[in-house]
Design a binder for this molecule. Structure first.
Ligand SMILES: *Cc1c(COP(=O)(O)O)cnc(C)c1O
Ligand SMILES: [Zn+2]
Length: 413
């Protein structure tokens, strides 16, 4: 197991022993989302990057770099080791020489959030916790509900009542207690945090719980391993709360500290125009601590966040890697769904497909050049939001069950 050296605050740089703090930095409050740091020089001598595949299945092959014991019981579902595809037609379409997609929609509940929830549930089991709760725009809740169900954990969910039907159905089918909050995600988040504190439930809330990033970082370990430790120049990620981009950064950071990769890729965060708090802060040079809430409004529900909870680490991920934030209108997000599917064979939900439009913008504005290698991280499955997908395409051809009708519909003369 990886012994945690310290929990460190990215805002005030104070360091804590892991037993001392459960959630955010006591000095900075909610904006101080803590980094979980290890003794990299010790790990360097103990670990061999090519021996990882013998350490466990899927994301658990990286157990020795995760904050759980080496004999910890982990949830049985297949989380991680999602496919990474070379995407030649996508590259050509974008005017790039080389591009890949990583399909995290293939996780058990259909999104990258499974990585965080699996680690949180493993830690909860290790500590004898029986109830875990989270607020979510949908996917984190589905992930916690599904992974909780796989081990019989009691799960309590706070989601905005407006979350897409498929996501709410997932929660109920997995047997979670579901509170449909008649307000935004941001309001649901605060309500959940408050209830966790009062009732002593373990809180998975994104960026409040420092360990969600540790689960999500495994996606970068996989990217590196699947590309033979030769990482792409650029990784493009869609961003709401900023926990995924923070996790992507942390994964590459760990590998760089271990000397297993030569550099950390530039990270480009894609936001929806109606929910672009991080894009604005990055552009205007505003610090995380000074960011103010906006009214988030986008059809890409998974990246709708008025005050991104992981703003400190999300800004750092882009600033430290010389990356960028991009903001794109909803119309382009919807159009990206079929475009990406037809160029790669991967059907992604709106928030995930947004990276296609974001990459286009980044190339147009010279944030990516044609000779660079680019990976598009696809964070969620298209079946999560069928309504939006249907709006992005023409209807099928309606026919009578006759040869004549089929020929007519196909305009065969
Ligand atoms: C949660 C989520 C995101 C954004 O992640 P943040 O950590 O909120 O930035 C992007 N895409 C999908 C599919 C998600 O579920
Ligand atoms: Zn602090």
């Amino acid at each position: 197991m990886a012994v945690i050296l310290e929990l460190r605050c990215p805002i005030c740089n104070r360091s804590y022993v892991p037993e001392a703090v459960q959630y955010t930095c006591p000095n900075c409050g909610p904006v101080g989302t803590l980094d979980v740091l290890y003794d990299y020089s010790a790990l360097k001598t103990q670990l061999d990057r090519d021996g990882l595949r013998n350490q466990g299945q899927w994301m658990w092959r990286y157990k020795s770099l995760l904050p759980i014991g080496s004999d910890a019981v982990v949830p049985p579902l297949r989380v991680g080791m999602t496919p990474l595809y070379g995407a030649a037609r996508l590259a050509e379409n974008l005017g790039l020489q080389r591009a890949w997609v990583k399909d995290d929609g293939q996780n058990p509940t259909g999104s990258l959030k499974d990585r965080a929830s699996a680690l949180i549930v493993a830690r909860a089991m290790e500590q004898g916790v029986t109830t875990v709760s989270t607020a979510s725009t949908g996917n984190a809740a589905a992930a916690l509900s599904g992974i909780g169900a796989s081990v019989g954990m009691n799960i309590i969910i706070f989601v905005p009542a407006s979350a897409p039907e498929a996501k709410i159905a997932q929660l109920l089918v997995y047997g979670a207690t579901v509170l449909l909050v008649e307000d935004t995600y941001d309001v649901a988040f605060d309500l959940c945090s408050e209830m966790c504190e009062r009732e002593g439930w373990y809180c998975r809330n994104t960026a409040m719980n420092p360990y969600t990033t540790e689960g999500k970082k495994t996606v970068s370990y996989e990217i590196a391993e699947q590309l033979n430790w030769d990482v792409p120049d650029v990784v493009v990620v869609s961003v709401g709360d900023g926990n995924i981009i923070a996790g992507v950064y942390k994964g590459f950071y760990d590998l760089y500290q271990l000397g297993w990769i030569q550099r950390i890729p530039r990270l480009i965060g894609v936001q929806a125009e109606g929910s672009a708090a991080l894009y604005q802060a990055w552009k205007d040079g505003v610090s995380a601590a000074d960011m103010q809430p906006i009214n988030a409004d986008t059809i890409a529900d998974s990246i709708s966040a008025g005050l991104p909870r992981d703003r400190a680490k999300a800004l750092r991920a882009v600033r430290e890697t010389n990356g960028a934030y991009i903001s794109i209108p909803d119309s382009e997000i919807v159009a990206a769904i079929p475009k990406l599917a037809q160029l790669t064979g991967v059907f992604a939900e709106p928030a995930a497909a947004a990276v296609y439009a974001g990459t286009q913008h980044a190339i147009q504005s010279k944030l990516i050049s044609a000779d660079e290698t680019v990976l598009l991280l696809l964070t969620g499955n298209g079946l999560k939001d069928i309504k939006r997908a249907q709006q992005s395409v023409a209807q099928g051809l309606r026919v009578q069950p006759t040869i004549e009708s089929v020929r007519q519909a196909l305009r065969l003369s």
